[in-house]
Design a protein around this ligand. Structure first.
Ligand code: NAD
Ligand code: ZN
Length: 343
């Protein structure tokens, strides 16, 4: 089968032929239809220090996908050929304290699809049945392809109650954009999106932001005054991984506020703990999605009118993966989709 592969340690990816995955008795085999490019894939392509530490080549990369089941192992009775599915990209151990308690997103032994095992940028991908989400009828196929990062957005956006609250979103990458739409759908009052990139600020407005801000040009305290906010943001979603963005969020919070941190910094960030103490803030790290409460919420919010489609800005056939990666890397893009159906 055709697959996008990290063939050896070092920068680059190649489109090449690899053997089709062989499934075990608890696995499903999926014919991939569409995939999304994640920042993780860009890190692996570029071979940054994280990738050099984490990735063992050869590896089929990619974890955001939608496809159709073509085969199931002998233990699998819940799924059948023809089902339209996506994969939960975190393969958990099933045996630790949290897994046994049903809190699988807290598993400390998680293996990432397309990171620690062969991934989805291929004509076929194999997954344990416990990692399969069977889409409900009527789902848009491109939206289905990005349920993984959409789930990051939903997990973060619903970490603290947003109904009627004033929300700060730092970073309008694909996930910040989707989180903006989720916060709007979930009833936030003001949603201020801070993002240096003008293309992404324009998208954030389309996704439902009240105000978009270039953090290099405007102080959020001014924005608060302009909106007539009383004390500060009730909820912040850190989706940039940027140190200044986190510090700015902390200094613009109302007492008792909550900051959900999804963004992954490359270095340590120093913060003023006095502000956390005296404002009685809650900082909460968010990793992945809740299995499968987040997936359920994504599905029902789409059915009740949530529209994340404007966050998808570019589409390429998989053969043009280099152009697709360049579009994702440029920053002047939302989510970039690769189509695997044109063979
Ligand atoms: P992205 O890199 O496309 O978006 C980050 C955005 O932050 C960019 O648009 C960038 O311009 C913006 N930014 C940079 N400096 C800023 C500043 N000072 N203030 C405000 N915005 C600033 O990433 P994404 O795919 O949207 O993902 C968002 C973050 O979440 C990334 O850090 C990513 O690594 C991380 N992530 C975490 C998980 C998890 O499970 N915790 C999963 C996926 C992605
Ligand atoms: Zn576990």
């Amino acid at each position: 089968m055709r697959a996008i592969v990290k063939q050896q340690a070092g920068p680059g990816l190649v489109l090449t032929d690899v053997p089709e995955p062989v499934i075990g008795i608890n696995d499903v085999l999926v014919r991939v239809r569409k995939t999304g490019i994640c920042g993780t894939d860009l890190h692996i392509e570029a071979w940054d220090p994280w990738a050099a530490r984490t990735i063992h080549a050869p590896l089929v990369v990619g974890h955001e996908f939608v496809g159709e089941i073509v085969d199931v192992g002998s233990n699998v009775t819940d799924f059948q050929a023809g089902d339209l599915v996506s994969g939960e990209g975190h393969v958990v151990c099933g045996r630790c304290r949290h897994c046994l308690a049903g809190r699988r997103h807290l598993c400390a032994n998680t293996i990432g699809l397309g990171v620690g095992r062969d991934g989805a940028f291929a004509e076929f991908v194999a997954l344990p049945m416990a990692n399969v989400w069977h889409h409900w009828p009527g789902v848009d196929e491109e939206v289905a392809a990005i349920f993984d990062p959409f789930g990051n957005a939903v997990h973060t956006a619903l970490a603290f109650p947003v109904l009627g609250e004033d929300v700060l979103v730092s970073g309008a990458g694909p996930i910040g954009l989707m989180a903006t739409a989720v916060a709007r759908h979930a009833g936030a009052r003001h949603i201020v999106v801070s993002e240096p990139n003008a293309y992404r600020r324009a998208l954030a407005t389309r996704m439902g932001a009240t105000v978009v801000v270039d953090p290099r040009e405007r102080d959020l305290h001014d924005v608060q005054a302009e909106l007539g906010m009383v004390e500060g943001f009730d909820v912040a979603m850190e989706m940039s991984g940027n140190a200044a963005a986190l510090r700015t969020a902390i200094s613009n919070m109302a007492h008792g506020g909550g900051i959900a941190i999804l963004g992954i910094p490359t270095d340590e960030i120093s913060i003023d703990v006095n502000e956390i103490v005296f404002k009685m803030l809650t900082l909460r790290g968010i990793y992945g999605r809740e299995m499968y409460e987040t997936w359920y919420k994504m599905t029902v919010m789409l059915q009740s009118g949530l529209d994340i489609k404007p966050a998808i800005t570019h589409r390429f056939p998989y053969r043009d993966f280099e152009a697709a990666f360049a579009a994702a890397r440029s920053g002047d893009s939302g989510k970039v989709i690769m189509d695997w159906t044109a063979r």
